[in-house]
Design a protein around this ligand. Structure first.
Ligand code: NAD
Length: 496
């Protein structure tokens, strides 16, 4: 069986002391193993990144960017292979994988603008014959720790920007679906990246803790679940590192009585069930304002959901694939059970889907639950499955209060024809990414991505302009070249 190893100092290496199995979730079988790096292997990767830093730091930004141009072309050339690898280990449908990759490539395109993005600030004559400027210097070795649900896109949120800013990088991808990430790392080397600038170690908590504690690592970008994000942020801070840790979500859509309900239903189908709901931006709660909107939403959703098709990744007629593991499937089914036990009504039940030929896959069909209330476990926690819950309220204020009271604040959306209501909503809602008739308001690569509250620990968001600030530190220089013969006397106070 193939063992997926590491990529350290430009070379593949296999660590066989400890391995973990990798499944194809559509068939429910082990297809590969992945090396689980011990502390020494992670330290080797950090040492390689540290050694490469001195030269990489002084490589002109334009030259760094040229490698990214070649990398982008290689990602496009090998996109089918990358999507196949994503499908085989994550299970997402090929066109969904292609969408993920495209979003990732857009981050590489943004990184190609490094020379422009890294331009500093300059002021001539801040005082007599005195000039001042700020420049943005790299941090050194930085680390990324990424989740299973976007094995291509989320790493691409991080390392292209970190690297063009002059840092060297150690990535610890998810151990559940590492192959596409490894393949992408090889393409970056094929594009001409010097050895040691980008290293990938596969592993678990041991690898993560080594990255968090090692003094040579200056900053950590993390994306994953909230309990781990909180742990990463506090441990990184305790070790004196800069950290951005993006966590879980519970994204609500408010459905106003004036919304175009056919459009709402179309939008909600993809946003709730796409990628089996395994997206941090999945819309998992619809808050219907008023009895009529709630009844109409349930009726139309129920009818539309009949045509949804769950299945294997290569079949383009499927709408979404399996969940990542058997344990995760059981957890999602557990949430549906708990909602039912706590008094909600399961309108469309995906607990036992039929997927001919894939009976052992970790499939859950699209599920619609009505009359969910805020005290239910399935409402309080992130389900991360193809489950849409409907909460009914009487007013928009009540709907907004629900969202503002929730511990997560990643994404949200309002469906309405009323511009005034939409404007009020976007201004007052306590959520980082807001859609107005846009169900998945994922910012494009030249904005930045991040939630509020317990969906993000740290200050700066991922990718885009915030990434330039996250992966650099500002240095401000004030300079005077005294003219010949002009010498100033002693001064003991600021000039006034
Ligand atoms: P996860 O938190 O289980 O794992 C994320 C990473 O942390 C992995 O690399 C994993 O190996 C590592 N990890 C896991 N347990 C650890 C521990 N105890 N100590 C140290 N490291 C540990 O998340 P996941 O299941 O891979 O991904 C799904 C979660 O990620 C969901 O909650 C989803 O909302 C979230 N997510 C958030 C965003 C965002 O942008 N906010 C994007 C994608 C996914």
């Amino acid at each position: 069986m193939d063992v997926i190893g590491h990529l350290i100092n430009g070379r593949r290496s296999t660590e066989a002391t400890r391995t973990q199995v990798v499944f194809n979730p559509a068939i429910g079988e082990v297809t590969k193993e992945v090396s689980i790096a011990p502390k020494e292997t992670v330290e080797e990767a950090i040492a390689a990144a540290q050694a490469a830093y001195t030269e990489w730091r002084d490589t002109p930004a334009m030259k760094r960017a040229r490698i990214m141009y070649r990398f982008k072309a290689l990602l496009e050339e090998h996109s089918d292979r990358i999507c196949e690898l994503i499908g085989a280990e994550h299970g997402k449908i090929c066109h969904d994988a292609a969408g993920e990759l495209q979003r990732g490539i857009e981050n590489v395109e943004y990184a190609c603008g490094a020379p422009e993005l890294l331009k500093g600030e300059h002021t001539k004559n801040v005082g007599p014959n005195i000039d001042a400027w700020s420049e943005f210097q790299p941090l050194g070795v930085v680390a990324g720790i990424t989740p299973f649900n976007f094995p291509a896109m989320v790493p691409l949120w991080m390392f292209p920007m970190a690297i063009v800013c002059g840092n060297t990088f150690v990535l610890k991808p998810s151990e559940r679906d590492p192959s596409s990430t490894m393949f992408i790392a090889e393409l970056l080397h094929e594009a001409g990246l010097p050895a040691g600038v980008f290293n990938v170690v596969n592993g678990d908590k041991v690898a993560v803790d080594t990255l968090l504690e090692d003094k040579r690592v200056k900053a950590v970008s993390f994306v994953g679940s909230t309990p781990i994000a909180e742990y990463i942020y506090s441990t990184a801070a305790a070790n004196g590192k800069r950290c951005q840790a993006l966590g879980g979500a519970k994204n609500h859509a408010i459905v106003m009585p004036d919304a175009d309900m056919d459009n709402v239903v179309n939008q909600l189908l993809g946003a709730a069930f796409g990628s089996s709901g395994e997206r941090c931006m999945a819309l998992s709660v619809a808050v219907a304002v008023g009895q009529r909107a709630g009844d109409e939403l349930i009726e139309k959703m129920k009818a539309a959901m009949e045509s949804l098709k769950v299945g294997e990744c290569s079949d383009k007629t499927n709408d979404f694939g399996p969940l990542i593991t058997k344990e995760h499937k059981d957890k999602v089914v557990g949430y549906i059970n708990s909602a039912e036990e706590q008094g909600a009504a399961v309108i469309v039940d995906g607990r036992n889907p039929t997927v001919p030929g894939y009976e052992n896959g970790y499939f859950v069909g699209a599920t619609l639950i009505d009359n969910v209330t805020k005290d239910m476990t399935s409402y309080e926690e992130e389900i991360f499955g193809p489950v849409l819950q409907v909460v009914r309220v009487d007013t928009m204020e009540e709907a907004m209060q629900l969202i503002n009271d929730h511990e997560y604040g990643n994404g949200t959306c309002i469906f309405t024809r009323d511009g005034e209501a939409a404007r009020y909503f976007s201004d007052k809602i306590e959520v980082g990414m807001v859609g107005i008739n846009v169900p998945l308001p994922v910012p494009v690569s030249y904005h930045s991505f991040g939630g509020w509250k317990r969906s993000l620990f740290g200050d700066l968001h991922a990718y885009g302009p915030d990434a330039v600030r996250f992966y650099t530190k500002r240095k401000t220089i004030t300079q005077r070249w005294p003219s010949a013969g002009v010498r100033e006397g002693k001064t003991f106070s600021f000039p006034s």
